[in-house]
Design a binder for this molecule. Structure first.
Ligand SMILES: C[S@@+](CC[C@H](N)C(=O)[O-])C[C@H]1O[C@@H](n2cnc3c(N)ncnc32)[C@H](O)[C@@H]1O
Length: 400
């Protein structure tokens, strides 16, 4: 998948009063930022800029105007003319940049289009996706974060569409933007609700469900789970009385993860109109501490029905600490469940293999007594390059 990314905050420029502009310096790159979109055919991007009530502030000439990305580009400087009378203080709007697609999409990446079985013939998604991006301008000043708008399709009715917005840093960072395995797994879980495959992907057998996420980054996977978990339980004939989803990562991820939790909390209460049974939390957890069983108060507070992680296994050097943390979490789980028969720890691990060295993961899992199987292998076409795949594994460890 490719991502439209802003290289610096959007700028409002009224130096020519008759022709004020919004200036957007963007790139189209991979999650790792290691290559730029390179296709035989040019790819057209389109920009919208709507005020709080959804009225466009673009000038007539720039409505629907395509901005062309061609092979070899590393950056595209987009100047978008806005209505001529606008002054800086008037410009409070959401700017969205997306690929011109077939069928036409409206600003958000639809989860259906990420899954090969959800893509219709003739759709631009067949060849690979480009993730749209949004930014907000308040009185002509761009907020310091960009937003990834995602539409999760959990069923066939309009009420089954859940909109998730995830803040990312503008520019480069590892922990503070979203990654392919997180996007694909989030879309897979949403889509699994649609076809009831969720029974296999996310079995829920009680009226409480607690999920711990490792290396959550900005929180795409845990936050998606928070949005869909009550539906996933209902499909399985369960009504949740309580669910906790705890995101964890290094300190550098904390600010963005907490902002995204705050954004999500408002939507959680709206989903069922009656206050939510889902609690979303964040706590720092460095695997170099976790492998010794040194956890913060939130991680230690309860047993975890499921541990989830996406795109956390590409760095072979950190694999021993990561697997050590999983095993220490299992020990903590067993301590919480001491009287329970069949006590076990279940993990959902998603990875987009990038290098053969990552296979070291399986040796480490074997050595620590984890059983594993592929839950789903999901092809991910990539524009202009060989396709990739996201493998979702199910891991399990029982009592010794
Ligand atoms: C490639 S990002 C994936 C982020 C997110 N899971 C996603 O799919 O969008 C890897 C994440 O692992 C985290 N990470 C790396 N080393 C870590 C460590 N030693 N302890 C905790 N988290 C770590 C990074 O901070 C980063 O957020």
């Amino acid at each position: 998948m490719h991502y439209i990314r802003l290289l610096r905050p959007a700028k409002f420029d009224a130096s020519d009063r008759r022709r004020p502009l919004v200036s957007l310096l963007v790139t189209v790159t991979t999650d790792l930022g290691d290559s730029f979109l390179y296709t035989n055919e040019p790819v057209d991007l389109v920009v919208s800029a709507d005020d709080a009530v959804g009225t466009s502030i673009l000038s007539h000439e720039s409505e629907g105007q395509p901005y062309r990305w061609t092979a070899g580009m590393r950056v595209l400087d987009i100047k978008v003319p806005v209505k001529s009378h606008l002054k800086k203080g008037d410009v409070t709007c959401t700017i969205n940049i997306q690929q011109v697609t077939r069928p036409k999409s409206f600003g958000a990446l639809r989860s259906d289009f990420v899954l090969p079985w959800g893509i219709r013939k003739g759709s631009t998604a067949v060849d690979g996706l480009i993730m749209p991006v949004s930014v907000h301008l308040v009185a002509g000043v761009c907020e310091p974060v960009s937003v990834r708008p995602l539409q999760l399709n959990t069923g066939y009715l309009p009420s089954d569409q859940l909109n998730v917005e995830l803040e990312e840093d503008i520019g480069e960072s590892i922990a503070r933007h979203i990654w392919d395995a997180g996007v694909v797994t989030a879309c897979f879980l949403a889509g699994a609700c649609k076809i009831e495959y969720i029974r296999n992907a996310l079995p829920i057998s009680k009226d409480t469900f607690n999920v711990l996420e490792l290396g959550s980054g900005v929180g795409i996977l845990g936050i998606t789970l928070a949005r869909i978990i009550e539906r996933a339980a209902a499909i399985q004939g369960k009504t949740l009385s309580e669910a906790t989803i705890l995101l964890t990562d290094l300190e550098e991820a904390e600010e963005r993860a907490r902002s995204n939790i705050a954004r999500t909390e408002a939507t959680l209460s709206c989903d069922d109109g009656d206050g939510s049974v889902v609690t979303l939390q964040y706590e720092n957890l460095d695997w170099d501490e976790g492998k010794h069983g040194r956890f913060g108060p939130l991680v230690s507070a309860r047993p975890w029905d499921l541990v989830i992680l996406s795109d956390c296994t590409y760095n072979v050097d950190s694999l021993p600490a990561l697997i050590g943390t999983l095993s220490a979490l299992h020990t903590s789980n067993l301590n919480h469940m001491d009287a329970e028969k069949d006590a076990k720890t279940s993990v959902m691990l998603a990875t987009k293999p990038r290098h053969s060295s990552e296979q070291a993961l399986f040796g480490l899992l074997d050595a620590d007594g984890w059983r594993y199987s592929v839950l789903r292998s999901i092809p991910l076409p990539k524009l202009g390059e060989e396709g990739e795949v996201v493998d979702i594994y199910s891991l399990e460890k029982g009592a010794p």
